[in-house]
Write a protein that binds this ligand. Structure first.
Ligand SMILES: *Cc1c(COP(=O)(O)O)cnc(C)c1O
Length: 376
């Protein structure tokens, strides 16, 4: 089968290999069969291994759904009665966590920082000192909306000093940036199959401290489908997801995990890094400006300011590139008009070089001056 290869420069789903695409095509199977159970059991272990978690101390709980489901699960399931959540919030994804707290009516503090600044550790510590009822601290590793990297290890250290549970949204770093549960002071992290793992959509998973999950059995129940303990207990008892798993995505993900271990943690991160550098080189040659200080960028998302050119039209540039197999993506910053180019997926430097040929053409065809201009 010959499947057209598209280069996705959006922040997930990512470009996948043919091997992963084809792994979805399997004989029909009822997921309650032993064969499928074994596949999921191994997957849960592998997903813990990827973040160097001890299998006794940490476990993986999988769900059917997109990545936001993990955020929902962690926030609604891990908050004890009469306690509070602290959200360290410097971007769109942590703001989404705040919205989840609002929807469930969970007591929370939204500790806001500018989207282009790293969270202030002193402010975090003071907030914990002043609010001894904070039981859960939540933040985002790589704010996918801007590409800023948050200092999770340092935040986690403070959280643990005040006996809090630390939840990190690693959806856009997992299986890309090397992560180590103990070293990085993470109690819970999360991702979904279609981002760093370069698999398909529909499978999401939380990796976390087993004892803390067991303890959460007695916490207030705020959701049925999205309760962490309920799903954990079902997995432990039966080896199954409580409700229907995304069967074909599970097969694709098993293949993607094989590819992950074959490529290797460091090699894969090196590849994403060289793609990221190629993106920077390309935008610099065209005169574009990015919004986050270079040394604070995670290395996965480049957030680029719209140029001040009367002919600039993101949609038209996007459509030109899209028709030629390259997908670029709008930004996620309320105060600044931006677009994003990301280094996720099964792509390498040569794909980025091809992209910039097409992108330059798109600018020329739309009479946008090169190098692009900015008023200030
Ligand atoms: C992609 C992503 C999510 C999940 O988004 P979905 O649209 O639900 O898949 C959550 N957090 C971060 C940081 C992400 O990048």
């Amino acid at each position: 089968m010959n499947i057209k290869r598209n280069i996705l420069l959006n922040p997930g789903p990512a470009t996948t290999t043919d091997r992963v695409k084809m792994a979805q095509v399997v004989p029909d199977i009822c997921p309650r069969e032993k064969e499928f159970e074994e596949l999921m059991n191994q997957m849960r272990k592998d997903l813990v291994t990827i973040v160097h978690g001890d299998q006794k101390k940490y476990t993986c709980v999988m769900f059917t759904g997109s990545g936001t489901l993990n955020m929902d699960v962690c926030l609604n399931s891990l908050l004890p009665k009469d306690k509070k959540i602290l959200i360290v919030d410097n971007g769109a994804y942590s703001s989404r966590a705040v919205e989840i707290c609002e929807y469930y009516g969970l007591a929370h503090i939204d500790l806001k920082f500018n989207f282009d600044e790293r969270p202030d550790l002193c402010k975090i510590e003071n907030t914990l000192k002043e609010n001894p009822d904070i039981a859960l601290v939540y933040t985002t590793h790589n704010e996918t909306g801007t590409g800023i990297m948050n200092p999770i290890k340092e935040i986690g250290e403070i959280v643990h000093k005040y006996n809090g549970v630390f939840v990190v949204d690693t959806t856009s770093t997992y299986a890309m940036v090397p992560i180590n549960m103990d070293r990085d002071n993470i109690d819970f992290c999360m991702a979904s199959a279609q981002k760093g793992l370069m698999s398909m959509t529909g499978l999401s998973f939380v990796i976390g401290n087993r004892e803390m999950i067991i303890k959460s059995k007695d916490y207030p129940k705020r959701s049925y489908y999205c309760n962490l303990y309920l799903q954990y207990e079902f997995f432990e008892k039966t080896g199954q997801m409580h409700f229907t798993p995304p069967v074909q995505t599970v097969y694709a993900t098993a293949e993607a995990i094989k590819e992950y271990f074959q490529e290797g943690e460091i090699e894969k991160w090196n590849r994403h890094t060289r793609v990221f550098e190629a993106i920077h080189k390309g935008i610099e040659e065209l005169g574009f400006k990015d919004v986050i200080k270079r040394e604070w960028q995670t290395g996965l998302v480049v957030s680029i300011k719209y140029p001040d050119d009367p002919n600039w039209d993101f949609e038209r540039v996007h459509d030109y590139c899209y028709e030629r197999g390259f997908t670029i993506y709008p930004g996620k910053i309320a105060s600044t008009d931006t677009f994003r180019l990301c280094s996720l997926g099964d792509i390498d430097v040569c794909d980025i070089e091809e992209f910039f040929k097409v992108f330059r053409e798109a600018l020329e065809k739309n009479n946008i001056s090169i190098p692009v201009g900015y008023k200030k």
